[in-house]
Write a protein that binds this ligand. Structure first.
Ligand code: B12
Length: 289
């Protein structure tokens, strides 16, 4: 069973972009229902607040700045019917509040976290990557979209129910030379959402250095991600050394990421588990819990 996360008056005020006093007035008027702590402080349920926000159209920061990229894409009619379309537009427009509301609402609508990442976030990022590769988005626009996505996901993370802890520890990182930080963060959240503790060392982590931490913490699983591998020869050597160094602990390794979708390449990085996506990660973690 999971415990529903509740928000303080201040947190609700920030989400809805109003003052603390306004939130208290809404509560007094019966528009927003709260519970009281033993000390008499108001606590609001996340789903109540999200519903209220949606009804009143509150806190959804509307697009600002130059929306030319968004407009061009809408005009051309691309991505119009895709489920991730709204998220894609809000990321491109740098609209963090809108993006986080979409994600939170998808979660409240019953989608699992892993599914939101696989079908919603990755799809929106894929569109952004494709437009950038075709030269239709500038580097700056792509950066804004990625930062907006990261911040929106982080906001969503703060509102998620706290799962019952399993007491298990995982460690994850992205490989050296790969600066794609975002997928590792999504892997972290997916594992965390299964009630595990996780130490995320982030992107561009040298495996020799990661090995030392693994020996220190002896986690139950190691998760290694790669979006691009700048030097395959070198990384496969580093990976072999890494596996040799940690061998005595018999810790299973879970490998994932765009770079490992290639079957031939996978053979050079033998691992106990391969994950195609975050739904796979969640399932593997449940299996070894
Ligand atoms: C944001 C971004 C960046 C940002 C990253 C910022 C950050 N803080 O993360 C920055 C600007 C740093 C960047 C740099 C580059 N990027 Co870039 N980037 C992207 C972009 C737009 C989104 C990446 C992302 O977060 N996606 C979300 C993830 C979760 O989705 P995904 O990668 O599809 O992953 C799926 C699976 O592989 C799996 N998965 C992914 N990771 C993991 C990890 C684990 C552990 C598990 C279990 C599963 C898993 O789950 C997902 C669902 O299926 C992608 C486009 C795209 N299609 O994704 C390009 C993209 C990955 N980048 C690309 C390129 C070419 C580059 C650069 C080389 C550009 C350049 N010339 O400088 C550099 C490389 C720098 C480096 N050394 O790393 C190409 C890669 C092409 C290829 N060879 O495969 C892409 C695909 C763009 C494109 N369409 O051409 N990039």
């Amino acid at each position: 069973m999971s415990v529903s996360k509740s928000l303080t008056t201040k947190e609700v005020a920030r989400l809805c972009r109003v003052s603390d006093a306004t939130v208290k007035r809404w509560e007094d008027a019966g528009l927003l229902i709260s519970e009281r702590t033993s000390g008499g402080h108001r606590r609001f349920r996340v789903d109540e607040v999200a519903l209220f926000q949606r009804k009143q159209n509150l806190g959804l920061k509307h697009s600002h700045g130059d929306e030319s990229a968004v407009k061009t894409i809408i005009r051309r009619g691309e991505y119009k019917d895709d489920s991730h379309c709204a998220l894609f537009h809000s990321l491109l427009a740098g609209s963090e509040e809108e993006a986080s509301s979409l994600l939170i609402n998808a979660y409240l609508g019953g989608a699992s976290l892993a599914r939101i990442f696989d079908e919603f976030v990755c799809a929106a990022m894929k569109c952004i990557g494709e437009l950038w590769a075709k030269g239709e988005l500038t580097v700056a626009q792509e950066h804004l979209a990625t930062h907006t996505a990261q911040n929106a996901i982080h906001k969503m993370r703060l509102t998620l129910p706290v799962p019952e802890t399993t007491g298990e520890l995982a460690m994850c990182c992205g490989v050296e030379g790969d600066f794609h930080e975002f997928p590792t963060y999504l892997a972290q959240m997916t594992i965390e959402n299964e009630g595990w503790e996780i130490l995320n060392f982030g992107a561009n982590t040298p495996l020799y250095s990661f090995a030392e931490e693994v020996l220190l913490y002896a986690p139950k699983v190691i998760c290694i991600g790669a979006t691009i591998i700048p030097d395959v020869e070198r990384l496969s050597r580093d990976y072999k050394d890494f596996r040799d160094r940690i061998a005595r602990h018999s810790i299973p390794v879970l490998i994932g990421g765009r770079a490992f979708t290639d079957e031939q390449l996978r053979k050079r990085f033998p691992a106990e588990f391969y994950a195609e996506n975050f739904s796979d990660v969640a399932e593997i973690i449940r299996r070894i819990s």
